[in-house]
Write a protein that binds this ligand. Structure first.
Ligand code: SAM
Ligand code: SF4
Length: 325
């Protein structure tokens, strides 16, 4: 379905949990409140919402969180989502810690691609950012994923004074590995508000100075707003998701479903629709029709663009881990 601005909305990001086995400082600070388990949508409920979403034109799904792989049964959900007629693609975003363990089942169940978050290749910095000595596990996850042949993207958020110098080493990964490394600008959501955004424009300028042969890679890499480049001869590409500087909203193709059953038209604003209420309400007869209508409404509520650059206009108060990144 097209929204009010003519954009084709065919992609939904589904957060299946607000729990995580890491504590990335900008995403899930210590002491954050978690929703009681009974408030999270069950897998059956998620599948039901997705069926309504398919009727409204959604054909690509991304499973995210929190950390999706900490929720028991996540690989089975992949299978169920893939079996919905009209769903063309199911992908996942994970921190990679549990990926090695679950990858065989995820692949068997039809996962199409995986994004793995990795802000640093230094063990101490990893611990500093995530609160856990997990670099080796995450790296194992990435390695296994590459070896399996599934499409792999590594997501990096650069943070001033913490990992900002690592752009180079992380970009270098694309030289010998068939993966994309994407730099995501820190957005002023949750504790991301306390960070000074490192602009992708600056990272790109440094990369270009180092690699003058860098050329734009116009092949299709996925569903997102990333712009890709390739070092000559490299096996993978380097992507830039410039939420702040690049205002890519004109090409926005997505809505979000939070783990507690809120349909969100845009990350920047607090507006959402409560589909849990629809699912668990007493009027059971036309639930599927109401879910379909809710997805249509969420799409039609999409604003023309975010307003991350005006702090007073950001009405989303939740942390990223509660929304689903
Ligand atoms: N746990 C999974 C992971 O880490 O990939 C999935 C959820 S996580 C919220 C998804 C992505 O959101 C991660 O790549 C994380 O770095 C990113 N993220 C979290 N807060 C952010 C912020 N304020 N600005 C930009 N990216 C953010
Ligand atoms: Fe967990 Fe992902 Fe947030 Fe890190 S970015 S705390 S891994 S949900």
């Amino acid at each position: 379905m097209r929204d009010r601005f003519g954009r084709k909305i065919d992609y939904m990001r589904i957060s299946i949990t607000d729990r995580c086995n890491l504590r990335c400082r900008y995403c899930m600070p210590e002491g954050i409140e978690q929703a009681p388990m009974k408030e999270l949508l069950t897998y059956e409920e998620i599948v039901r919402v997705c069926r309504g979403a398919v009727r409204a034109g959604i054909c690509k799904l991304k499973i995210t969180g929190g950390e999706p792989l900490v929720r028991p049964g996540c690989p089975q959900l992949v299978k169920e989502l893939k079996s919905i007629t009209g769903i063309k693609q199911v992908t996942m975003t994970t921190n990679g810690i549990l990926l090695k363990k679950f990858l065989p089942e995820l692949l068997k169940n039809g996962l199409d691609a995986v994004n793995i978050s990795l802000d640093t290749m230094d063990r101490d910095t990893y611990r500093q950012i995530t609160g856990k000595d997990g670099l080796l596990q995450a790296a194992d996850g990435i390695r296994e994923a590459i070896e399996s042949g599934i499409r792999v993207k590594v997501n990096v958020v650069l943070q001033k004074g913490i990992n900002e110098a690592e752009w180079k080493g992380l970009a270098e990964l694309t030289r010998r590995n068939p993966l994309d490394v994407r730099f995501i600008e820190m957005m002023p959501i949750g504790d991301g508000k306390g960070y000074e955004t490192i602009y992708n424009e600056d990272v790109f300028a440094k990369l270009k100075a180092l690699e003058p042969g860098l050329c734009e890679d116009i092949s299709k890499h996925g569903n997102g707003p990333s712009v890709y480049y390739r070092i000559p001869g490299a096996k993978g590409s380097i992507g830039f998701i410039s939420a702040m500087h690049g205002k890519f909203c004109g090409n926005c193709n997505r809505i979000r479903l939070t783990s507690t059953g809120r349909l969100k038209p845009c990350l920047c604003f607090g507006d959402s629709l409560d589909v849990r209420k629809v699912l668990r309400g007493t009027e059971q007869e036309n639930v599927d029709e109401l879910l379909y209508q809710a997805v249509r409404e969420a799409i039609s509520m999409k604003p023309a663009h975010h307003k991350f650059e005006v702090s007073g206009d950001i009405t989303e108060c939740k942390k990223m881990v509660q929304i689903g990144g």
